[in-house]
Every structure is written in structure tokens, then in C-alpha cells.
Ligand binder design. Structure first.
Ligand code: SAH
Ligand code: DHB
Ligand code: MG
Length: 223
């Protein structure tokens, strides 16, 4: 099996089950020259269903790009919900703003432009209500930093998802010199060692190849 076969399956699933929920975001991203590294439609729907499952009202996303995953998350939180999404590139944030408004969810999404490691302390200083769900999908080398921040901004029962941790299977190589692979191993080992987190990794295949996401739940004293 190859990525082409996995892409066929993704297409079949989009036609039958996922639904074509895209309101033009992927096309607008391509026209603006953004890289096509959004979550796949089945993965986006998974994030949406996850948000629904935990009745998420507040979602934090790190890494907006053109707002494709953000749109799925924003649909999950409903009209009175809120998504805060952090993006380094002003152009990406601008394209995302247009996409989110066109999708009809712009009023529930706040995009903060800047390096996430600068935005996160600013956000914490505002003492926000805890986030129910955090989706981490930005510069991979900071994944462990982002999970640490997610821990300070959530509550027991909150869910933290980290995208792209399997990296074509390279995470099984303890000697990899690739910074993103090393960062994946670091974040997985951090989750394993952190008593406030209980986690797993779900491997995925699809139109974007072989990858996977880390899934962690924040545990409380009485869990
Ligand atoms: N979640 C998006 C894809 C995000 S791609 C989706 O699935 O639709 C990763 C994004 O993270 C890019 O837009 C990139 O500009 C952004 N990024 C990279 N480094 C960052 C940083 N230090 N802080 C915030 N965002 C960053
Ligand atoms: C890349 C980044 C992603 O977040 C992703 O899901 C796929 C690829 C990348 O930087 O190549
Ligand atoms: Mg990703």
C-alpha cells in the first residue's frame, strides 16, 4: 500500500462519511501560496467529533495556517464557544481570518499573531478559563514546551492532541538526527513521564502519508 492508495480511501471516506465541509479554505490557501499541510478532512472531522464528545466550549490551537483545522474546531464549540488560535506568520493569520469569516465561524475565533512561546505567557497572564481541548500543530521542535503550556491552561479531563508525531515511522529510530523526530520522541517521553497526563499515540495513514497524533488526557488528584 502506498500514499496513493491511502488517498483513495480518504476520498471515499470524504464522499461517504466525512462530508465535504470545506467552504473554500483549501482553495484559498493554495491561491495565497500557503503550504498544503492542513489536517486531512477525516482528521479535521475527528477533531470536530472529539470537541463534541467532550462538549468543548473553549479550544486552544497552536498553529493556525489557513484555519482549516480551526474551522472544524470552531464548529465543535458551537455559537457560544471560543477558539483561541496562535499563528506566527501574519499572512497565514490574514488568510485564516478570511477563511473563518467565510465559513461563518469568525466570531468565535480569536487569532493571535506571534511566536506561540510569546503568546502563551500573555494568554496565561489573562487568567483565562481552562481550555477543554488543545490542538498542537506548529513548529515541531517546541512540542514539549507547548504541552507544558497546555498543562497550565487546562483542567483535569481536558484533552491535548499533538499532530505529526509518527513522521513516516521515523520515531522508532532512537538515533535519528532529524530535529522534528527527536522532538516527537521528546514529547512522547514527556507525556509518559508526566503524572498529570495519561496518553497514547494513534498512528494514521491517508492522503498525507504515514503519521499519527499523540492524545493525552489531563488527570486529576482523584483519577
Ligand atoms: N493546524 C493547521 C496546520 C498548521 S501548519 C491545519 O491543520 O489546518 C503549522 C503552522 O504553524 C504554520 O502556519 C506555521 O506558520 C505555524 N507556526 C510555526 N512556528 C510557529 C510558532 N513558533 N508559533 C506559532 N505558530 C507557528
Ligand atoms: C508539515 C507540518 C504539519 O503540521 C503537517 O501536518 C504536515 C507537514 C510540514 O511542516 O511539512
Ligand atoms: Mg500538522
Amino acid at each position: 500500500m502506498t500514499t496513493a492508495d491511502w488517498a483513495d480511501v480518504d476520498r471515499y471516506l470524504v464522499e461517504t462519511l466525512v462530508g465535504d465541509e470545506d467552504s473554500g479554505t483549501l482553495r484559498a490557501n493554495a491561491e495565497a501560496g500557503l503550504p498544503a499541510i492542513d489536517v486531512s478532512p477525516p482528521q479535521g472531522k475527528f477533531l470536530y467529533l472529539l470537541g463534541k464528545s467532550v462538549r468543548a466550549r473553549r479550544v486552544l490551537e497552536i498553529g493556525t495556517l489557513g484555519g482549516y483545522s480551526t474551522t472544524w474546531l470552531a464548529r465543535a464549540v458551537g455559537k457560544s464557544g471560543r477558539v483561541v488560535t496562535l499563528e506566527f506568520e501574519p499572512l497565514h493569520a490574514e488568510v485564516a481570518r478570511e477563511n473563518l469569516d467565510r465559513a461563518g465561524v469568525g466570531d468565535r475565533v480569536e487569532i493571535r499573531v506571534g511566536a506561540a512561546l510569546d503568546s502563551l505567557p500573555e494568554l496565561e497572564a489573562e487568567r483565562p478559563e481552562p481550555f477543554d481541548l488543545v490542538f498542537i500543530d506548529a513548529d515541531k521542535v517546541n512540542n514539549t514546551n507547548y504541552v507544558r503550556w497546555a498543562l497550565t491552561l487546562t483542567r483535569p479531563g481536558s484533552v491535548i492532541v499533538v499532530d505529526n508525531v509518527v513522521r513516516n515511522g521515523a520515531i522508532a529510530d532512537a538515533d535519528s538526527a532529524d530535529a522534528a523526530v527527536r522532538a516527537s520522541r521528546e514529547v512522547i517521553e514527556f507525556i509518559a513521564a508526566e503524572p498529570r497526563l495519561d496518553g497514547t499515540v494513534v498512528q494514521t495513514v491517508g492522503g498525507k502519508g504515514w503519521d499519527g497524533f499523540a492524545y493525552a488526557v489531563v488527570v486529576g488528584d482523584d483519577d
